[in-house]
Unconditional design. Structure first.
Length: 498
């Protein structure tokens, strides 16, 4: 293990790279805002949708805005004849599986944007959003609630007759059916000719996630957000303190986390039962969030009162004292075979075990467990049986693991010179590299110098175990790699010339 001081971010990069994006707490995500003169140019409540071409569509008064990640482009009457026919508010409603962007216009009009062309599908008479089911059918509420086909609304032939003035939002299920909310009659799940009702009163489904859970709101359930799993409703609340929150939309990301915009609490994310927020305290442009979209790579686009925000999953995280570490520059960091992180601060006789927080892929704060070694030590290497190996002066060795602490010294044949580095090989051999330069092996509670055929190995500056269980070493001034096998044999591989 290298002795140079390093930031914890250097170690977390490969660890978090294997973790799901959703598992990284939001406070560590990269955040960018577009506000003021740099923000969306059109006034009005901001609703957004991500197009099949990757552009973002934002609602506005008098037109609609397209954002390519750098610039906002306004589409309005001066540039588009179909937009010029209407004055009022335009908002994106759906990007269907064919790549068409459906836009709700003023005076209950409906427009479609595809292939760079905007066209009016209905000049009036369409009330509400466009919903696509698993069969690719587009459902709208016009003269009737039905299927949008060839510029008309056909009868959807539902097995239940719900009056138009009762409709309170529609969401697709994970198959071919629909969740139909009502103002007084509860929530209906319609699949083919079958109908099932859930609850009573005013209920609207926001989303059915891939795990089968239904996310819904409405006074028929109670205040805030609710989750239906199987036949059981449960309220989703904010942590610390526990309280309900209001939302109008829900989005699921590629890792199964559910995102919600709120009117007063910023962005809320639910991941495997853990609820967390991203608010103005963490840098969000406003706690009043109108809408959000989550891209396939996990990037979250957030429309707020103040502008547009972006949250991106970080490739690495930098932790310091403000994050709960005992020092800004730890002297040694090791991850053991169980995934536990161990940290050593130079000049201290305490070893820190890191739990939760970003290290544990948890939204909870980072916790430190202190292990008092009682004397100065060096953090050498992770132990195969769990825990870590520590080196002490003069020449001592400590294994600190799940079963406690075991010390080794001169009685076990260890040299008096301090051990600088170690490697716990898969065959049970602990390779030791004392400051005197001679490589040794510790096995079965006994130490012996590594000297195959009487050849002592010294001045090793780097070492690694390969996929065959051999220990490969490089000496400071040597032109070969030394390859040690479990039978104590030693081979050499010439290094290429510079």
């Amino acid at each position: 293990m290298r002795r140079a001081a390093c930031g914890l971010a250097m170690l977390l990069a490969p660890i978090l790279g294997r973790a799901q994006a959703a598992a990284t707490p939001l406070k560590f995500w990269y955040h960018t805002s577009w506000t003021g003169d740099a923000g969306p140019p059109l006034p009005g409540e901001r609703l957004l949708m991500r197009g099949s071409d990757g552009y973002l569509w934002l609602s506005g008064a008098g037109g609609i805005t397209r954002f390519d990640g750098r610039r906002f482009t306004v589409l309005e009457g001066a540039a588009d004849a179909d937009l010029a026919t209407k004055q009022g508010f335009f908002s994106p409603s759906l990007v269907d599986t064919r790549g068409t962007t459906w836009i709700r216009g003023p005076e209950t009009s409906l427009l479609a944007y595809t292939g760079g062309v905007m066209r009016t599908v209905f000049s009036s008479g369409i009330d509400g959003s466009v919903t696509e089911d698993g069969a690719g059918r587009l459902w709208v509420r016009g003269p009737r609630f039905g299927i949008l086909r060839d510029g008309r609304v056909d009868d959807g032939h539902l097995p239940i007759d719900i009056p138009l003035d009762e409709h309170f939002g529609v969401a697709p299920d994970t198959g071919m059916g629909l969740w139909i909310g009502t103002r007084t009659m509860g929530l209906y799940h319609v699949v083919g000719d079958s109908v099932r009702r859930y609850g009573n009163g005013r209920i609207r489904a926001l989303l059915q996630s891939r795990d089968g859970a239904v996310w819904a709101i409405g006074s028929g359930l109670g205040p805030g957000l609710w989750r239906l799993h199987g036949d059981q409703w449960s309220q989703v609340t904010l942590p610390n303190p526990t309280r309900a929150f209001s939302t109008r939309f829900a989005r699921e990301d590629a890792e199964g986390a559910i995102w919600f915009p709120t009117s007063t609490e910023g962005v809320v994310r639910w991941s495997a039962g853990v609820v967390e927020q991203f608010t103005r305290r963490e840098g969000l442009s406003s706690d009043r969030v109108h809408d959000l979209e989550v891209a396939a790579d996990g990037t979250a686009w957030i429309a707020t009162d103040a502008g547009l925000d972006r949250l991106q999953h970080p490739p690495f995280i930098t932790l310091g004292v403000r994050s709960g570490l005992p020092a800004e520059q730890p002297q040694g960091i090791v991850q053991d075979m169980t995934g536990t992180m161990w940290l050593h601060v130079g000049g201290r006789s305490v070893l820190y075990e890191l739990r939760d927080g970003a290290v544990g892929e948890s939204a909870t704060p980072l916790r430190l467990r202190e292990h008092n070694v009682g004397r100065p030590f060096r953090l050498l290497a992770p132990a195969r049986r769990g825990g870590v190996w520590l080196g002490t002066d003069p020449g001592g060795l400590i294994h600190l693991g799940p079963s406690g602490r075991t010390s080794y010294g001169s009685a076990h044949g260890l040299p008096t010179s301090p051990i600088q580095e170690a490697l716990d090989a898969r065959d049970g051999t602990l390779w030791l590299f004392p400051s005197g330069g001679k490589v040794g092996r510790f096995r079965g509670g006994r130490y012996a110098e590594f000297a195959p055929n009487g050849r002592v190995v010294t001045d090793v500056v780097s070492h690694v175990e390969d996929g065959h269980g051999r220990v490969v070493m490089r000496q400071r001034y040597g032109r070969v790699l030394l390859v040690a096998s479990g039978d104590a044999s030693l081979d050499s591989i010439p290094l290429p010339a510079d």
